[in-house]
Design a protein around this ligand. Structure first.
Ligand code: ARG
Length: 461
């Protein structure tokens, strides 16, 4: 049998292989809410413009509502023979609404239909992601406030650099997530133009009102160019690009959790809820969730690359290649929602170890910069000379071995005679973090203020 939708042209139906390669219903069934929503808006517009009767529009809208209800109760079962969600909905509508159903596709093509549905889906998903990102930011801000003066080593090259506070470190991620939200919001603003009415590619001869459908669907305006409207997938690519950057942030945090939770660091212990054991080693508490958050960035970055490659060689306007736009976006959205939930749960329930972090912060001469700065500030020494003197003192302490602040004044003066006892005021990790009061610095007072500011900047809607 030929297709009920486009069968007129053909003497017989496609081969099973043709159906297999062509079918998208297995994944685009996820567009049903958006498809129904867009079709209702289109039908209402056709009636307002006198293209179909009010009675037909009402029958179509009632039928579409019924299909959505059926789909929510599992009664609407799409078939692969009908290729995609659009044809499945339309043929079910023919059963429910009779003759009127055949009028719905007036002045419309699946090309502008799918572009509209998919934009609506991405828009809805950006809103869901924003809420999930807010939840993670809120947890990180809470934890930062609780640990505003917990001292830990700050690293460069993963070598002890200068002491920082855990609160400050956590707030760094709040900033990253804030920019991620900004990127999604930017993408949302640009995607919010309605393709409906572009029809197949050239527009339509029917006297439609594109402004009405655009407004009904919450778009800012109709897309300006019909060719662009049906062939543009920037919105999906931008979504994936923002997702790829977000996933690198989550991956870095995942990596830090892995490092921090190992026995050698021991900065944090994941809760039982977010730890796994080993089948052979009874002592293990593995950070599988953090590792998987780190690893899943591979799929998301792959999704972005994949879609860019699908689109890059396509001549205008629509080509079936574009059907490959959906799975990477759906999978990315699912993966991100899961990773955000896992990260939120891990960060909410992890226990940090104040003593371990502090002890680690004291290793590796983290006050060396403070010592050099003191020579500059108090002794008027040029920074380069001060750097050299502090470096020699580190070498001395390393030989003893002891911490910098454990050197005697006499030992210090053997390297740099101008040093006096007041130098001890700036040595030690507490002094070090407390002195970092420059804007955006790690001093506990700054961190408390930064957490409060982050609450206002990111959480007050
Ligand atoms: N399932 C198709 C897609 O996702 C819908 C558009 C089909 N349009 C066409 N001209 N064959 O892209």
């Amino acid at each position: 049998t030929t297709s009920p939708i486009w069968g007129g042209r053909f003497a017989r139906g496609p081969s099973a292989i043709m159906e297999d390669i062509n079918v998208s219903i297995d994944f685009d069934c996820r567009l049903i809410r958006q498809d129904v929503r867009a079709s209702k808006a289109h039908a209402a517009m056709l009636a307002t413009c006198g293209i179909i009767s009010q009675a037909d529009s009402a029958a179509i809208v009632a039928g579409l509502d019924l299909i959505l209800a059926e789909s929510e109760t599992g009664q609407f079962v799409p078939t692969r023979a009908l290729e995609d969600i659009h044809m499945n909905v339309e043929s079910r509508l023919a059963v429910l609404s009779g003759e009127a159903a055949g009028r719905l596709h007036t002045a419309r093509s699946r090309n502008d239909q799918v572009a509209t549905d998919f934009r609506l889906w991405v828009r809805d998903t950006i809103d869901d992601l924003d809420r999930a990102l807010i939840r993670l930011q809120a947890v990180l801000i809470d934890r930062a406030e609780q640990h505003a003066d917990w001292i830990m080593p700050g690293f460069t090259h993963l070598q002890a650099a200068q002491p920082v506070t855990l609160g400050h470190h956590l707030l760094a991620y709040v900033e990253m997530l804030g920019r991620d939200r900004g990127r999604f919001t930017d993408a949302r603003r640009r995607l919010n133009e309605c393709p409906l009415g572009a029809a197949a590619l050239a527009g339509t001869s029917f006297p439609i009102d594109r402004r009405q459908t655009a407004a009904a669907l919450g778009f800012d305006r109709p897309a300006a160019n019909s060719l662009d409207a049906v062939s543009d997938r920037d919105f999906a690519i931008e979504f994936l690009a923002a997702a790829a950057i977000l996933t690198t942030h989550l991956s870095r945090l995942g990596e830090e959790i892995v490092i921090w939770s190992c026995e050698q660091f021991g900065f944090l212990r994941l809760s039982d809820d977010f730890s796994t054991g080993s089948s052979i080693m009874p002592q293990k508490r593995n950070p599988d969730a953090a590792e998987l958050v780190r690893a899943k960035s591979g799929r998301i970055i792959g999704a972005l690359t994949g879609l860019l490659i699908v689109i890059k060689g396509l001549p205008l306007a629509y080509a079936k290649d574009m059907q490959e736009d959906k799975e990477p976006v759906f999978q990315t959205a699912d993966t991100l929602m899961l990773c955000l939930a896992a990260m939120t749960g891990m960060m909410e329930t992890a226990a940090f170890d104040r003593a371990r972090m502090r002890a680690a912060a004291e290793r590796g001469f983290p006050s060396a910069t403070d010592l050099a700065d003191w020579l500059v500030r108090v002794k008027g020494m040029p920074f380069r000379r001060a750097h050299h003197a502090a470096g020699s003192l580190v070498r001395l302490a390393e030989g003893v071995p002891c911490r910098l602040e454990e050197l005697t004044l006499v030992q210090m003066q053997s390297v740099e005679p101008s040093i006096d006892a007041s130098v001890f005021d700036v040595l030690g990790v507490e002094r070090s973090v407390e002195s970092r009061t420059s804007e955006g610095g790690t001093a506990p007072a700054n961190v408390r203020a930064a957490a409060a500011a982050a609450r206002t900047r990111f959480l007050s809607l």
